[in-house]
Ligand binder design. Structure first.
Ligand code: TMP
Length: 211
């Protein structure tokens, strides 16, 4: 089973991924927790370029291709081998983030984005995608606190520095995708106490795994 999780900055993915890992461990199933960008050694190098706030000159299309390169490496080196071994794969972000960030928010022609995505995926798609939905104002306020507490690295803040309207487009973009593919997406209201969010996340997982 292939599961992805997505959302705007500060939606609480990291916390929920910790809960997901704990839950999967308790079921005794074999699983792999991974992420994009940066799920491989090569990917970590690409991640550094993508998230470094100094890289103001990175063009939207170059950004698109860097995410694509990171994803191909990730699919070939981590995702497909794990799925072949029958493991559950949980990834922190996947292709929907490209459609939404590079397509809907950066404004790259959606047809081009879809073409690249198809090429990269070669038919692979998550079985289940959890969308942690939160108002970007709230998400960004959380992120600001995390920077101040040193829980988030300034060296990875290129997207957090974007204007609120950019993040509003991201939120809308994810919701649009979720409405298009209701079988794959589960929208979780992340604008609540993390413990309540956790309950929803675990109950979605239980039903996906027939537990
Ligand atoms: P995160 O690991 O903190 O979620 O940061 C990854 C950043 O990269 C986040 O701002 C979203 C962005 N991103 C894209 O713009 N396109 C993509 O395809 C992916 C996977 C992430």
């Amino acid at each position: 089973m292939f599961i992805s999780i997505c959302g705007v900055e500060g939606a609480g993915k990291t916390t929920q991924l910790r809960h997901i890992a704990g839950f999967l461990k308790s079921t005794g199933r074999n699983f792999v927790m991974t992420r994009e960008p940066g799920g491989t050694e090569i990917g970590m190098k690409i991640r550094r370029i993508l998230l470094d706030p100094e890289n103001r000159d990175l063009t939207p299309k170059a950004e698109l291709f860097l995410y694509a390169a990171d994803r191909i490496q990730h699919i070939e080196q981590v995702i497909l081998p794990a799925l072949k071994e029958g493991k559950i794969v949980v990834t922190d972000r996947f292709v929907d983030s490209t459609t939404v960030y590079q397509g809907y928010a950066r404004g790259i022609d959606l047809e081009l984005v879809e073409k690249i995505n198809e090429l990269v995926l070669n038919g692979l798609k998550p079985d289940l995608t959890l969308l942690l939905d939160i108002s970007p104002t709230l998400g960004l306020a959380r992120v600001r606190d995390q920077f101040q507490l040193g829980e988030r690295a300034e060296s990875e803040s290129r997207f957090e520095r974007e204007e609120l309207v950019f993040h509003e487009k991201i939120r809308k973009g994810f919701l649009t995708l979720a409405q298009k593919e209701t079988n794959r997406f589960r929208i979780i209201d992340a604008d609540r106490d993390p413990e309540m969010v956790k309950q929803d996340v675990i109950s979605v997982l239980k039903s996906a795994l027939n537990l």
